[in-house]
Design a protein around this ligand. Sequence first.
Ligand code: HEC
Ligand code: HEC
Length: 401
Amino acid sequence: MPFPHRSLPTFRDIFGRWGLILALAIVAGSGCGGGGGDGSGALDETAVRQLLRIPAHMAVPAVPEFNPITAEKIELGRHLFYDKRLSANGTQSCESCHHQSLAFTDGAVRSVGSTGVVHPRNSQGLGNAMYNASFTWSNDTFVWLEDQIVVPIISDNPVELGVTDNVRAEVLSRFETDPLYQSLFAAAFPNDDAGVTLNKIIFALTSFCRALVTSNSPYDRLLAGEDSALTARQLDGLRLFNSERFECFHCHSGINLTVSYRDFNSDPETVTFPFFNNGLYNIGGSGDYPIHDQGLFNLTADPADRGLFRPQSLRNVAVTAPYMHDGSIATLEEVIRHYARGGRLIENGPNAGDGRLNPLKSGLIRGFQATDEEVAAVVAFLKSLTDETFLTDPRFSNPFQ
Ligand code: HEC
Ligand code: HEC
């Protein structure tokens, strides 16, 4: 068992739940409740590879049978992603917290929702997010992107787009009466005339997010066989990253530099949901993280789950500062020094405590000696994960500009 600290449900245990979640989420009267699949049948692996332009050095991401991916759904999703009419008060779109130029993060320590409420967490990058085994910083029940994407739309705590039950019909009608969206919805869901439903919005937005492939960084070029893609210093950093001294690779490995991973051909029985306590906090020596966000514990109420978060993908990490689930580390240098210390010391204030001594900390966060030059080399390697084409690719940009 690679992650022995926690007994994990297998993917198969929980992946049948999507229908139930939709049934709960979607208000009665939004039509027949179907309207997700388009009846045209799922694409095979080769067709998905072509549609999403996945290069040979990467596997094809998983696509659920209940939401076959098509170019038309991606295009509808792209419009919705950038459309502020998707928030109840018309002030925010998904893009408000996920800017393309920042690899779809927002640069804030913690995101602010459409009504001004501060989200407990730092916005996550969306490039290659579809390969994660589970979604958000810490949730082992969100196993499809669809599970996650309903949340920013309808959540009332914290409010993001704020499309709560009482305003949902009005928000849907904004799209139903717009000729542009009438044709986009008709093209995306050709065998369904139930109009605009929340279900269709979620399936289209998810198709767009599933298409956010980042695959052209210098590191990709190295993997694809271009020996000179990384500088000498970046190669030194890669070696340190993969060394038993630095330990990074135990949690950040594979094509997205995270062990939270699955793709088109993953066996559901072997997909695992890794979460680790990184020793960021140890309030009062009790193992606690700040009370408003204790990671997986917030869902499970198991005290052993305090501080457990998903190892983040490091794709484009040089442009996604600040770092960690609460944005509490400002730079990559400081991230590496945190690991080198083996946990963070907070000397004063409500969060005071020595994270190095957190009793729930992963055994892989042991601390290590590192020279300034070595830290700089690892930072240089992390910068080789930036894919400039992804940050400006017109396929992922705002269609209204
Ligand atoms: C108010 C800011 C905000 C808005 C608006 C917002 N997000 Fe997010 N997004 C976040 C934050 C914060 C997280 C991390 C959530 C968590 O860990 O609980 C996140 C996480 C995600 C993830 C999970 C990524 C992963 O790797 O697991 C996806 C996908 C996502 N958002 C897509 C969207 C889409 C699509 C929309 C529009 C419907 C949207 N977001 C609107 C702030 C926002
Ligand atoms: C025990 C597993 C583990 C090890 C070892 C590990 N990490 Fe992490 N990493 C994580 C987890 C979990 C998070 C998210 C933690 C959080 O937000 O509380 C994370 C977050 C990060 C982030 C922030 C990403 C973001 O978008 O905010 C960076 C950068 C990072 N790690 C780099 C490294 C480097 C470099 C090393 C080696 C020195 C390393 N990690 C070692 C598990 C690990």
